[in-house]
Design a protein around this ligand. Structure first.
Ligand SMILES: *Cc1c(COP(=O)(O)O)cnc(C)c1O
Length: 233
């Protein structure tokens, strides 16, 4: 089955623009991360040729393996990251969305120092409390934010969440609102070395809702590239 990436991108762009405007912003206020996991490099390069500037992968090994074959673009690591895999991606990605422990922050700091680079990160929050989700509970955020003050290469740039899977995106509004509240609350508290620039939330099923409720970074995969086929890998 072939996928029309050009048409899909145009549709997603239109919806992002509409949702941004409905929330008093413009298209340029929103970063669109095209999620390319499981998809081949030729599809990714087609999307980049069509104007995609940011791509997201959830597995560090996949970033490492695809990196040499993909046109210049900003890479985002959006999935769970084990400390022993940080070395695969440290010099390749512009933003790590999925930081949820002091231990992981420390390893990113160590690897960033080794490479002489700064690394932007988001703290992943489990806002719905679903047991299957990674991320810290809202009341576990503060120790991570305070820890950032002790780091020189790691820069905390915002928050990320994965909302529950749902057929009705409106049901996730409450989670998006809770994230926005946290985001604003942290901005006002002014933690050292913490800047609330990005609120990464919203996927194919709910990115318009997420934007209307404050997201300024969305991660959209299947709405652009079609369903993923995990068996082919
Ligand atoms: C796969 C993935 C997405 C994109 O999912 P779609 O529903 O295909 O848009 C977004 N965020 C994370 C963390 C993912 O792993």
């Amino acid at each position: 089955m072939s996928v029309n990436i050009k048409e899909n991108l145009a549709r997603v762009e239109e919806k992002i623009t509409a949702a941004a405007e409905q929330s008093g912003r413009t298209r340029s206020d929103i970063t669109f991360v095209a999620v390319t996991k499981t998809h081949p490099c030729d599809m990714i390069n087609e999307a980049i040729a069509l104007g995609v500037t940011d791509i997201g992968e959830n597995k560090p090994q996949e970033v490492r393996d695809k990196f040499p074959y993909v046109s210049p673009v900003k890479w985002h690591l959006i999935g769970h990251l084990q400390t022993n895999k940080v070395k695969y991606i440290i010099d390749k990605v512009c933003l790590i969305h999925s930081v949820d422990s002091v231990k992981l922050m420390d390893e990113i700091e160590r690897q960033a120092c080794k490479h002489g680079i700064d690394m932007d990160i988001l703290i992943q929050v489990n806002i719905s409390g679903e047991e299957s989700k990674s991320g810290v509970a809202p009341d576990e955020l503060e120790p991570l934010l305070l820890h950032a003050a002790e780091l020189s290469r790691v820069k905390v740039k915002g928050l990320m969440t994965i909302a529950p899977k749902t057929d009705n995106p409106v049901t996730n509004s409450v989670h998006f609102d809770n994230m926005r509240r946290l985001f604003i609350d942290i901005s006002q508290k002014k933690y050292y070395n913490v800047n609330m620039s990005y609120l990464s939330m919203g996927m194919s099923g709910d990115y318009e809702t997420a934007i209307k409720h404050g997201a300024n970074m969305v991660r959209v995969g299947s709405a652009v590239f079609g369903e993923r086929n995990y068996s082919q890998k």
